[in-house]
Structures are given as C-alpha cells and as structure tokens.
Design a protein around this ligand. Sequence first.
Ligand code: UDX
Length: 453
Amino acid sequence: MEQSEGRKLILFPLPFQGHINPMLELANILHSKGFSIAIIHTNFNSLNPSTRNPYFTYHSIPVDLTETEVSLKDFTVLLSILNAKCVEPFRECLAGLLSDKDPIACLISDPLFDFTGSVAESFKLPRIMLSTGGAASFAVYAAFPLLKEKGYLPIQDSRLEEPVMELSPIKFKDLPMMPNCDPEDFYQLITNVANEPKASHGFICNTFEDLEGHALATIHQEYYPNIPIFSLGPFHKCGPTTSSSSTSLLAQDQRCISWLNTQAPKSVAYVSFGSVAKIDQAKFLEIAWGLANSGQPFLWGIRPGLVEELDWLKVLPNGFLEALNERAHIVKWSPQKEVLAHPTVGVFWTHCGWNSILESICEGVPMICTPCFSEQMVNARYVSDVWKVGLQLEHGIGRGEVERTIRRLMVEKEGEEIKKGALKLMEKANLCLKEGGSSYQSLDGLVKHILSL
Ligand code: UDX
C-alpha cells in the first residue's frame, strides 16, 4: 500500500476552462499516486456531472455570476466579485470536509483565488499553489514591482518595440496587460498573484525543466528561495489517459476528426483562440480571408462569443464558405488535444494560452502566435524567439500577413527548421515524463512533500 493511500487532497479550480483543465489533470495525476481527491467547485461554470471522474468526490458551492457580471469587460472587477462571493461558501465547504474522518493532507488552489490562503490558514490546513501558466510568465509577474520602480509600467506606447533589458527577450509590447482594465488594478492583481507563493507550502508549475529550466531557476533563486517548487508538466501527458471531454465546459464536436481523416498529412492549419479571447469583426474577416487565400485546408474553432457583437456568419461575404467547399471546416469547440495529435494537422494558429502551447508542443505542431492578453504575449515571445517553434504575427492580423505566415510555415523552406525544432521539443516533452526524467522526479518530490506536511 502506498503511503499516500487514504490521504485526501482538496483541489479548488478557478472556474474558467484554462484553469479547470490543468487543475483536474493534476487531480488525475495525484489520484494515480494513491491520494483520494475532493474537488470543490462553484455553481458558475460547474463541471459537467456526466463526465466527472467517478473516483473523485465533488462539492459544489452556491456561487454564481449574473449575466451582467459575466459580461463585464474588466477582468479585475469580475475576479474581485467572484472572490468576494466565494469566501464564505468556500469556508463552509472546507469546514465540512475537514470534519470528515479522512485526514486531509492539503489544499491545492489557484493563485487567482486570493482568499484561499487565509481561509486554509484559519483551519491550519497547508495550502499548495498551482500556477496554471508557464514559469517564464510567472517570472515576469514576479518582476512587476521592479518594472514599476524602473518606470516601465504602465507601458508607454512609444516604447512598445524596445526590449526590456532585465527580461530578455521580452519587449515592452510583450509585458502582461489586460484590455479594458485599469492599469493600476491590473498591477495590483499581478503583484498579489506573485505574492501568493510566499504564503504557501509549495508551488506547482505545469511545465518541464528542458522547456523552462532557466525561468524555474530564476523564480526559485530570486523570488521564492524558501518555497519548494515542483515542475511536473506537461500535466495532460503525465497522468493516466482520460478523455479530454471530461473537463470541457462546452461539448466538443467530434465530427471534425472525421473531416481531418480526409485531409493530407500535415496539411491542415488548426485555428483556435481558446476559451476567453474575443476579436472584433474586422479582425475576424481578415482571418477568414487570410485562411482562404493561404490555399491550405483549415479547421477553425469559432466559439460562441469569439466575435464581438455579431453572429460571425453575418460577417462573412455571401457564399464565402461554400466557395471553399471541403477545404474549410468550422466547429464551435473542438476536442483540441485530439486535433493537435492528428497526423493531418500541420500548424496551430493560437492565442498562446499556456494549455494550448503545451498541447501543441507535446504533439510537435509548430505555432502561429496571436497573443491577446495577460501572459499570452510572454508565451508567444518564447514560442518564436526562445524555443523557435513558431512565428508571430508581429504586425497584427491582416489578410496578407496571415496568408504569408501560413505559407512560410507550411510550404516554404523557412518552415522546415521550425518544424524540426518542434519535433525535437516534442521529444524532450516526452522524455521528461519517463522514469528518471525531470517531471517524473519532480512528481515523486511533490508526493513526498505532501506526505511530509
Ligand atoms: C486562459 C488564458 O487565456 C491563458 O493565457 C492562461 O494560461 C490559462 O487561462 P484560455 O484562454 O482558455 O485560458 O487558453 P488555454 O490556456 O489555451 O486553454 C484552453 C483549453 O481549452 C485547452 O486545454 C484546450 O485544449 C481547450 N480547448 C480549446 C478545447 O478543448 N477545445 C477548443 O475548441 C479550444
């Protein structure tokens, strides 16, 4: 019997897709190590009961957001409402779980849930933090006070193309920001997040040494020398294989896999901007023309709400899709991991959410980057300039540049090096999970650490 057998862990994901996926993947990994798992979740964006893991217990807290709150453009305000609504229900739920007979080893929570530290503390329950983004972007968050001291923040338009010397190869335009947010509120949010590890019993990152060893060392040495850091990613390849639909808030349209089956190897451009990003109608039209003019087949994820203020079909000229015939396939929401693993997918045009990047790296699929907000610009800079597994649309979304970039990557010689680089990185991602690999060892370290709490 493993030492962890019977020890319970409580995990509390932030109720957004990009945060739910890694938290539940981590739950799977720790369950496979013998822990029993309790998930606390909000009614808002509640997990689909029919696809839940039968071995976990789920504890819903009565927290919902109104339509007006959900449609708030300022994410810092939305988040503070969510946090305020969660505190008491979370405290009650935790109290209930702690009164059970099973011993609880610790709470694992998201740093954007800023109250979980003090609530856990009040019960003397150790808390470990899961950062759902990458280590490089977290290092940028941690540098925010320094950036402010140097006068770099708020970001000045005149400096956008300049490098930030202290954070090479990051440029000013890559620094995290959120559209529609007050810069001071955003600064506060980021500094709060960056302070979270200091008040925790450990810091888990969904990344791996060969990808972000340098950033992991910076985080550890410069910012959190006393906090154990565990990098056991990529999570989705680390635990027992489960269907990705199990954590999806939207139904995944499997029909696109049949369409992919009809395409030539590595010929398809897959396009998705994740679960949150929005684009305006003008950009949507440029994407559509750029894809059409590239000559490549494409699978395009157009989630409800992606295009601001209008039904996207009304944005396209009459007969646009019909003229493309079988070359275009549109879905609302794809089974993304399966799509990226499909042999006919040759490139992923992504908004550079951290999960999307890891999923692409694990399948050796080169990327085209259109970062939209938050830490995505940092992620994109690493994809193009550090790991060299993709290209950025540096000058915004214009149909000519879209067409050229797809062809540069998929058809022209320039793309060959990037494709090779993507395959090499994929191998490294696979190796770190094998026995003796860095993530394998880090997972062992995490299990021992939890048992020692
Ligand atoms: C958000 C932030 O944008 C991101 O920067 C942060 O790192 C995590 O939270 P999101 O924008 O949704 O997440 O992007 P991403 O991190 O890529 O997560 C999206 C998830 O949804 C991925 O796991 C992806 O596989 C899944 N997905 C996406 C689908 O299952 N189907 C789709 O059609 C699109």
